[in-house]
Design a protein around this ligand. Structure first.
Ligand code: FE
Ligand code: CA
Length: 507
């Protein structure tokens, strides 16, 4: 993406003046409506860098007036806009450590992705953007630590906008965290359920501008904005960022494969435009590699997986769910994960993926039933994932997931049927921020039928994990009523995983 660093401009001396003029046009823009109405965000934190994000909303072109009387009146906002960014050590920006200009272009919906480099590890920084007479809210972010510092992160998923308010994010923003991990279903492509508290107001997106508008609607929520402004995020998608239950190049609502791939490309681009992810991801959207590994000192490694883009088609019935050729990650990502876990020196190894890895029989009694959209529809692939976890000898593997709109804690086993088998990893699934939860009866069945599932709850909220040398502690946090705007939140269940002993312990 085009990017002009201010210091390199100033270094140019007289040449800088010539370059400054076209840049100056945007700097002089006078906005009548706040162009920063989607807030700010940061993410992809490394020890020396972090990505800062915003997107200018320039819907009403008549609201922009140029200070240059000879400038042609814009018909649409098709011009690039030059955005000034600033990173400081303090909230009042008296100790600015870096600043620059970023050219936001209409081809990327005037989104801004600045990868700020040369920062110090394990430090809080503050950032903001400016364009013309408009200044963004201030965001706070944190680089990854280098040593063995204790670390806290929240994980969340599934935030259907119509089914509830984002009280959970309001509460999250007030907590003491180093990071937020979002596991997917950041937007939903359509309406689901009843008793909706607010509406999308538009239909199912298939074109780029329609996906952009959907993200803009979700990101207009003030409680989501404060959670983004408070911490750096790592984000991966699940299915609803494109459409329900899609698998690689096909989807239940897409009879035509070529048309679906056009829709998927638009969805992937809009996802990029609205997430605080590295600018290098803008290289192309026919495919988008979002799986990655992040290291937080010696304590923690986070492997982010993509279980949507490369998976085999969903089965219509359980038969065949153990076929070896069926894949969830695709062979390239599978091999990458095995290598990544094998090289990890971290004490705690988080495998962040979309859903529940552990087996879940959903039928009472000897009969069995499985969610074929999850790992139970891809059993051989799960076997390969678990043998990679085992053979890598990665220390303290912990799987985290979302998708099920329910909280789960589980002992991950090589053979889930073997009640005596020792767990090889621990697993925590967060409930949904707002999306409709399954029935209490179905959760009770899951617990009764699957002894390795140690806990289940249909509350709405998120989870926090606190890591130290000795243990990983997990809090499940629930909000009282997702249909209320500022609903109180409370920890309703605590767990611990002890260093060197896989398995979840209820506290
Ligand atoms: Fe969901
Ligand atoms: Ca059963």
């Amino acid at each position: 993406m085009p990017r002009i660093d201010r210091r390199s401009l100033l270094a140019c001396g007289l040449a800088a003046a010539a370059i400054w003029r076209p840049l100056g046009q945007a700097r002089a823009a006078s906005f009548k409506a706040d162009p920063f109405s989607l807030g700010v965000a940061s993410g992809s934190p490394r020890a020396n860098s972090v990505v800062i994000w915003t997107r200018l909303i320039l819907e009403d072109t008549s609201a922009i007036t140029s200070a240059d009387p000879f400038a042609p009146a814009p018909k649409r906002v098709a011009e690039p806009m030059d955005i000034e960014w600033m990173v400081a050590e303090d909230e009042t920006f008296s100790k600015t450590v870096q600043s620059g200009l970023f050219r936001a272009v209409p081809e990327f919906a005037h989104s801004v992705h600045v990868e700020v480099k040369g920062l110090k590890p394990g430090r809080w920084y503050f950032y903001r953007f400016r364009s013309g007479n408009a200044t963004s809210p201030v965001g706070r972010t944190r680089t990854a630590p280098e040593g063995g510092d204790a670390f806290r992160f929240a994980f969340a998923s599934c935030q259907q906008y119509e089914q509830g308010f984002y009280s959970a994010y309001g509460e999250m923003a007030r907590s003491d965290l180093d990071l937020v991990v979002h596991l997917g279903d950041y937007i939903y492509e359509r309406s689901y359920g009843a008793e909706l508290v607010r509406r999308h107001g538009t239909g199912v997106p298939s074109l780029l501008y329609e996906f952009r508008d959907r993200y803009a609607l979700y990101k207009s929520d003030p409680q989501l904005q404060v959670a983004h402004a408070a911490f750096p995020w790592l984000t991966i998608w699940d299915d609803h960022e494109v459409t329900n239950n899609y698998a690689s190049d096909r989807a239940p609502d897409a009879p035509n494969r070529a048309e679906f791939l056009d829709r998927r490309r638009a969805a992937y681009q809009a996802w990029f435009e609205h997430m605080p992810v590295p600018p290098a991801l803008a290289a192309g959207f026919d495919a988008l590699r979002i799986y990655d590994h992040y290291r937080f000192g010696n304590l923690l490694g986070v492997s982010l997986l993509d279980t949507r883009q490369y998976r085999s088609p969903q089965l219509q019935g359980t038969a065949g769910n153990d076929q070896a050729e069926r894949t969830m990650l695709g062979s390239v990502q599978e091999q990458w994960l095995a290598r990544t876990l094998g090289m990890s020196q971290a004490k705690w190894n988080i495998i962040a993926q979309q859903t529940l890895v552990s087996e879940r029989d959903t039928k009472v009694g000897p009969e069995t039933g499985y969610n074929l959209d999850g790992w139970d529809g891809y059993r051989a692939a799960r076997g390969r994932l678990l043998s990679a976890v085992q053979s890598s000898a990665a220390s303290n593997p912990i799987v985290i997931g979302g998708d099920l709109h329910a909280f789960y804690a589980a002992d991950v086993k090589r053979d889930f049927m073997d009640e005596k088998a020792r767990p090889i990893a621990s697993e925590f699934v967060c409930g949904s921020i707002t999306s409709d939860a399954p029935s209490e009866a179905s959760l009770a069945t899951a617990l009764a039928e699957n002894p390795h599932l140690k806990f289940a709850s249909g509350k709405h909220g998120y989870a926090i994990m606190r890591l130290s040398e000795r243990s990983a502690e997990v809090d499940f946090i629930g909000i009282a009523d997702r249909k209320q705007r500022n609903s109180p939140a409370a920890v309703f269940q605590r767990f611990a995983v002890v260093d060197g002993a896989a398995g979840v312990n209820r506290l």
